[in-house]
Each structure stands twice: as structure tokens, then as C-alpha cells.
Design a protein around this ligand. Structure first.
Ligand SMILES: [Zn+2]
Length: 511
């Protein structure tokens, strides 16, 4: 079976066969029955939703020798010629590959000749938004006064890019994404004609993956038919799409939230090893959490929902959306998903709620952070005056340089380090604290080779050798309280008052 066979074989040949576009069917049939079809239609909508098929059906209906209530008969000479693309009066131009003015000029020259075979000429321009400006201008002139025997069907997936001078001269037809239910029905009909069968879960997955496009759905079905012998099973489709089983994704989510991270990591490694796509796994979590959200919102307890409250589901979804942005460019997708699982756990720890800032609320605290940063910079300057050693504030100030130095050496260590912050320093040691719930990260950074990488980065950035001491937040650090170890003298606390005074000297202000 060659690519696209099913789509061509089962392409809609009449308005009644159009899948999921009831409004458009009614509009066109009514116009055709009344003999009032518009001379220019702009068919816009997502790919694979039936725009070109509709244009061809319209061309048939306008030329058919025995139309029935607006529908083409599909039996007469003209219908059959148009179906196989051999009618000289129906011309298709693909603007994506023929963008130039020559094609449109050519088209204009031909316009005034009478149709050779049928009653009218129909010009179908696919992806019309791709035409050049010059070509649009040439087209505009023909649209202004089309001869009575000429009809235009302009199809586009991006109607915004069609000049308003063009679109305002057309009747707009908006194609919508085809619903998953409609796609499933169509796939079932195709399977029946092909003498094949599929599990309903398999068809559900195909229709979800097609995202409203019938052509994509049929293309996926075609692949599935070629890789399976008899019934198409859900597992076949999962392998085809790299989609994890819902139960496996959910189990991993449950394990992570419960803090059973090593088990969750093992399941993750196993799934990725089986060819599951990282993005598909994340998508699956989003689907399940959204379901949980809906159930929680309706105060119902469903299978997926029983574990999470509304607030918990929202928090976990935030984690997913944050990772989703990074997943596209990140090389080590397994590591990123491990981090996601860890964050699932941390995010729902009551003790950590104050420390864990989910991305969605980051904006809200940003102005406070900017103010903090100014204070921090002032503090660094003040401390630098009283001590030659790097102070805690100085280290904090340059910590992002340390992080990026580590990142250049090894991304995995950088990720381990991201959740920690420097809390104390003396002549030889730097204490690094992890928030509660992140103890597994602390344990991993303690690996001697990881420590060595971080210590070298600190030395490079700060110009001083310091031993790293990872601890949990709240744990005692050093032999004495950290603030007294930052230099020979206690550092000057840059409180609001002194910071304000220094700012006044430099004519600055808090932002
Ligand atoms: Zn006909």
C-alpha cells in the first residue's frame, strides 16, 4: 500500500460524504439548489479537514449532467472525469509550489475562453496564502469581474495571510477540526470496506493523534494496517505513535507523588527503552491531570481523580507545562523527565509549599525578586570592603556563573545543582542546602566525581578553592552560625536602611 492510498480511495465524492462539516454542506447544497453558487469561495481551516475535497465536489456539482438536489451524480461523463482529474475545465493550482505571477497570468488569459467540456470552469487554488504579492494583484483583477462561467475555490490553512482585498471578494467557508468521534466513525467505515478490524481503543488513539485532520488519521491507519496482520490492537498503535499505555503513565505519576522515585525512574527507563516518546509521556500526564482537574471541579471521584484535589492537579499541571517548554530542545530527555517526576513529589509536599515556586506564580514574585537583587548587589559591595575572602553574598551573587560553568561540563550535574542554594561559607567550605523533599538530589550530588566538577567550577568563578558540603535546609552548617564565618569581621547587613543610603550616594533607586 503506497502512502496516501486510503485517503485517495475513500475521498468524499459527494457533499453527503463530507466528514464533520455539516454547516458547509448545508450552505453549499442550498446555494446549488437555488442556482446561486458564489463565483468565489475562500475555504479556510486546518489541514486534512476536507477543503480540497469540497472544492472538487463543488466543481462536479456545477458541471454535473444530472445533479440531484445539488449533489453531483458521480455517474455522468463529467463527474467521472473530474473525479479522476481529467477534466480540462477544472484546474488545480498548488500555490505552495507555483507561487509566481506567471501561473496567475496564464490563468487569467484562459478565463475568457468558454469551457470546453462542461458548463463552467472551476479554478481551485490550494494554499492560496502562499502566492506572491504580484500574483495576488493579478488574481484580484480576475476576482473583481469574473466571467459568468468561471468559479474560484481558494483554499488555505492560514487565512490571516490572505489579503483582505481578496478575502472580501469571496464567500468564506470555515472548516473546523473534525471531532475525534467523527474520525473514529469514518475509520470504522473504512476498515469495514477493507475487511479489517481494530480495537476501539486503537481507533481512539489514532483519532487523538490526528488532531482533527482526517487525512492524517487515514495515513496513520494505513501505517497500522501495514504493520499488523489481523486485528489492529491498541498496543500496535502505541508502538506506532510512541505513546505509553495510560496505566503505565498513571502508575509512574502515582509512584512519584508518593515519593517512590527509584521505582518511578525504573519504570521511566523501561518505557523509554521500549520506544515511548518523552513528549507523548508528558502529554499523557497532562491528559490524566486534566481529567483529575475536571473530576475534582465537579466534585466527583473518578478513577483518575481519586488521588488529587483541584489545587494538587493544578500544581502538577504547572510542573508539566514548565517541562514541556524545555523538552523540545533538551538533549537528555530522560533526565528531564526524572526531574519532572521528582518535582511531582516535591510540589505536593506540605512542608515545601512555601519554598517551591511553581512557574505560574513566578511573575507575581518577580518584582520582589528584583528588589532583593538590588539589595544583594549592595550587600556584596559592602562586604567586599570589609573582607578579602568571598562572602556568602558574593557567592550567591555569582552563583549563576558557577551553575553555567557546571552546565558546560555536564548537564546532569547542573540539573542536580539547580534545586540547591549556597547558605554558608567559611575559609575552606561552602554549604549548599536543598529544600525538603529534594534529599535524593542531595545524595546524588554527593558522588565524588559530581562534587569535583562543582568544586572546580567554584574555583574557576570565585578564584578560591572551597570544599562543597551539601545539606538539607534547616540542618546545622559549619561549626558556628554561617554569618559569622564569612570573614574576619561579621559582614555588614545591608538592611533596607543602609542599602537606601548607598543608593542615595549613587543616585539610584529601588525598582
Ligand atoms: Zn454527474
Amino acid at each position: 500500500m503506497t502512502q496516501g492510498t486510503l485517503y485517495r480511495k475513500y475521498r468524499s465524492q459527494g457533499f453527503s460524504e463530507l466528514v464533520g462539516q455539516e454547516v458547509i454542506r448545508t450552505v453549499l447544497l442550498n446555494a446549488l439548489k437555488a442556482g446561486e453558487a458564489s463565483h468565489a469561495y475562500l475555504l479556510s481551516g486546518p489541514r486534512g479537514t476536507g477543503k480540497t475535497s469540497t472544492a472538487r465536489i463543488l466543481a462536479k456539482a456545477l458541471n454535473c449532467e444530472q445533479p440531484m438536489q445539488g449533489e453531483p451524480c458521480n455517474r455522468c461523463r463529467l463527474c467521472q472525469k473530474i473525479t479522476v482529474g481529467q477534466c480540462v475545465d477544472v484546474l488545480e493550482v498548488d500555490a505552495a509550489s507555483n507561487r509566481g505571477i506567471d501561473e496567475i497570468r496564464n490563468l487569467r488569459e484562459q478565463l475568457h475562453f468558454q469551457p470546453m467540456e462542461g458548463r463552467c470552469k472551476v479554478y481551485i487554488i490550494d494554499e492560496v496564502h502562499m502566492l506572491t504579492d504580484a500574483a495576488f494583484n493579478a488574481l484580484l483583477k480576475t476576482l473583481e469581474e469574473p466571467p459568468a462561467h468561471v468559479y474560484f475555490c481558494l483554499a488555505t490553512t492560514d487565512a490571516q495571510k490572505v489579503p483582505v482585498t481578496i478575502s472580501s471578494r469571496c464567500q468564506r467557508l470555515y472548516f473546523r477540526k473534525i471531532t475525534a468521534a467523527d474520525i473514529v466513525l469514518h475509520l470504522q467505515a473504512v476498515l469495514q470496506k477493507e475487511g479489517r478490524q481494530a480495537e476501539s481503543e486503537a481507533l481512539d488513539m489514532l483519532s487523538q493523534a490526528a488532531d482533527g485532520g482526517l487525512r492524517d488519521a487515514l495515513s496513520l491507519l494505513e501505517q497500522a494496517l501495514t504493520v499488523t496482520e489481523k486485528n489492529i490492537q491498541a498496543a500496535d498503535i502505541r508502538r506506532l505513535l510512541g505513546v505509553p499505555a495510560a496505566a503505565a503513565a498513571q502508575a509512574m505519576l502515582t509512584q512519584a507523588v508518593a515519593g517512590n522515585l527509584s521505582q518511578a525512574y525504573a519504570s521511566l527507563a523501561e518505557l523509554l527503552g521500549q520506544g515511548v516518546q518523552a513528549a507523548e509521556l508528558l502529554k499523557q500526564w497532562v491528559v490524566q491531570l486534566t481529567q483529575a482537574l475536571q473530576h475534582a471541579g465537579h466534585n466527583k471521584s473518578g478513577e483518575q481523580a481519586q488521588h488529587f484535589s483541584l489545587a494538587q492537579a493544578l500544581t502538577l499541571l504547572d510542573v508539566c507545562f514548565d517541562i514541556d517548554k524545555r523538552l523540545r530542545w533538551h538533549e537528555d530527555k530522560q533526565l528531564l523527565l526524572e526531574l519532572t517526576l521528582a518535582k511531582f513529589h516535591v510540589a505536593l509536599q506540605p512542608a515545601s509549599t512555601a519554598q517551591y515556586v511553581v512557574p505560574s506564580v513566578q511573575d507575581a514574585v518577580q518584582s520582589a525578586q528584583v528588589k532583593e537583587k538590588v539589595k544583594e548587589e549592595v550587600k556584596v559591595k559592602v562586604e567586599g570592603l570589609v573582607s578579602g575572602n568571598p562572602s556568602l553574598a558574593e557567592i550567591k551573587h555569582r552563583w549563576k556563573d558557577v551553575l553555567s560553568a557546571v552546565r558546560q561540563v555536564k548537564m546532569r550535574i547542573y540539573m542536580l545543582l539547580c534545586e540547591a542554594e549556597p547558605v554558608a561559607v567559611d575559609q575552606s567550605t561552602l554549604w549548599l542546602a536543598y529544600h525538603s523533599g529534594n534529599s535524593f538530589l542531595k545524595e546524588q550530588i554527593k558522588e565524588p566525581e559530581h562534587m569535583a566538577v562543582v568544586e572546580q567550577a567554584i574555583e574557576r568563578v570565585m578564584g578560591q578553592k572551597l570544599k562543597l558540603k551539601p545539606v538539607m535546609q534547616g540542618e546545622a552548617v559549619g561549626a558556628a552560625p554561617p554569618v559569622e564565618q564569612t570573614g574576619e569581621k561579621a559582614p555588614v547587613e545591608a538592611d533596607d536602611h543602609s542599602a537606601q543610603r548607598i543608593l542615595e550616594v549613587f543616585n539610584g533607586k529601588f525598582v
